[in-house]
Ligand binder design. Structure first.
Ligand code: SAH
Length: 243
């Protein structure tokens, strides 16, 4: 039997936003590997072994997936959203670099709908022109690098999407981000807090930077900051195509 690894994105939460390609890969899998809450989104069935693991063990998890595939298993590594956006696809290639003996494993990366796109759609079109995505977690990269990218993105007048904005272990970081943005973009800039997008808990709130509070974000929130032309029309927020 020939094994393989598929790295799949499960989308932001709704079953409707899982692609048919990902559903087909899961139907063929013998094993599913991933962070506990994401593996919990996969329906159990006879013949499918679920391997939930904790946060922060991404490379170990990826190595395990490659080893199982080398032994003939059909393994799906699940991420939320898109697997290439702050998720397992990079971890898999890191694991492969460290283990040349596993470099010939058959790998496919299947895209998914990432949180910022589902959030932008729910709000209107705040990412309707040039934008960037920044992971605000300093677990793996130094905080000064995050601040540098924020400053330069503000200077370039890009709209921005922030992932992992605020966690219990990093309560101060997002407060500093809001201060930096108020200074760089001014108090009137629009900021959208999109929580649990596409789930029954979805909440979308748009305020100005002057009104924004750190507590408006948590780890289930993706934060969208407009550029200088981003504005409201009715209940929507959009960025014009010319700006
Ligand atoms: N690979 C994922 C991102 C993983 S990082 C993707 O492409 O979406 C985890 C962060 O994603 C969370 O802290 C949050 O900022 C964001 N996120 C994931 N799902 C979300 C959802 N349904 N609603 C809002 N934000 C979400």
């Amino acid at each position: 039997m020939t094994g393989w690894v598929v790295v799949a994105g499960l989308g932001p939460g709704s079953e409707m936003l899982v692609t048919p390609e990902v559903t087909a890969a899961l139907a063929e899998a013998t094993d599913v590997v991933g962070y506990i809450p994401y593996v919990a989104r996969v329906a159990p069935r006879p013949g499918l072994v679920l391997h939930p693991s904790d946060n922060r063990v991404e490379v170990e998890r990826a190595t395990h997936a490659l080893e199982m595939a080398a032994a003939g298993r059909r393994v799906v590594v699940v991420s939320s959203g898109d697997p290439g956006v702050f998720a397992m696809a990079s971890a898999l290639f890191e694991a492969m670099e460290a283990r040349p003996d596993l470099a010939s494993v058959d790998i496919r990366v299947l895209p998914g709908i990432t949180a910022m796109l589902a959030a932008a759609a729910a709000a209107g079109a705040p990412l309707g022109h040039d934008f960037c995505a920044i992971n605000l977690s300093d677990n793996l990269k130094p905080w000064p690098l995050i601040e540098k990218r924020l400053r330069l993105a503000a200077e370039a007048d890009l709209a921005m999407a922030f992932y992992n904005p605020r966690s219990k272990s990093r309560p101060e970081g997002f407060r500093k981000v809001l201060e930096l943005l108020r200074e760089a973009c001014g108090p009137e800039r629009l900021i959208t807090f999109a929580r649990a997008v596409s789930t029954p808990d979805q909440r979308i709130e748009t305020v100005t930077l002057a009104e924004a509070q750190p507590e408006m974000a948590d780890m289930r929130t993706v934060v969208l900051v407009g550029n200088s032309a981003t504005r409201r029309v009715g209940r929507w927020v959009y960025t014009p195509r010319s700006a």
